[in-house]
Structure formats: structure tokens, C-alpha cells
Design a protein around this ligand. Structure first.
Ligand SMILES: [Zn+2]
Length: 92
């Protein structure tokens, strides 16, 4: 059984993590004068991601509606990752 509010918070969390990932990527190409600004954007995105993660866990705890959309096997194989991330994750 899925919970609409949980799904909504999950969607916000996923977007926030995506933005954080992009912001962290930008650190690698930021020139020295722009690095501090890029760092601040990345830090803000990290904090927003953490807030949505907390909101997700808090909702699960309060509402008792934890939902696991991916079977454990998929998580172990990294099948839920994008191809680029999977390459990075399995290259170690
Ligand atoms: Zn719920």
C-alpha cells in the first residue's frame, strides 16, 4: 500500500538530491573566483536534501507507512542507479 504524502516527499527528496549532485559536479569545473559561490550552492543543496530525507523518515515514523518500491535484489545489483553512477559504483 502506497502513501501519497510519502510519495510526494520522496519525489521532493529525489529532486533535491539530483540538484545536489549537479551542484557537486559543478565544483569540479568551477574556476577559482567562482568556486566559493559554487560551494555555497552545493552546501545549500546538501542541506535541503538532508531536510527532505529527515522529513521522509519523520513521516514514515509518524504515519507508519514505510514503502519500499525497489526489491532488495535490485538495490544490491545497483539496478536502480543511472548507468553512469552504476559504472562508478561498480568500478571500485
Ligand atoms: Zn504516509
Amino acid at each position: 500500500m502506497s502513501c501519497e504524502e510519502w510519495s510526494r516527499i520522496l519525489s521532493w527528496y529525489r529532486n533535491a538530491v539530483r540538484i545536489y549532485s549537479d551542484a557537486a559536479d559543478a565544483l569540479g569545473v568551477a574556476e577559482k573566483p567562482g568556486f566559493n559561490a559554487a560551494w555555497e550552492v552545493s552546501e545549500e543543496a546538501r542541506k535541503v536534501s538532508a531536510r527532505f530525507r529527515s522529513a521522509l523518515l519523520e513521516h514514515e515514523h509518524r504515519h507508519g507507512c514505510q514503502v519500499a518500491p525497489e526489491p532488495v535484489q535490485e538495490i544490491r545489483s545497483g539496478a536502480f542507479l543511472s548507468p553512469a553512477t552504476r559504472r562508478t559504483a561498480t568500478a571500485r
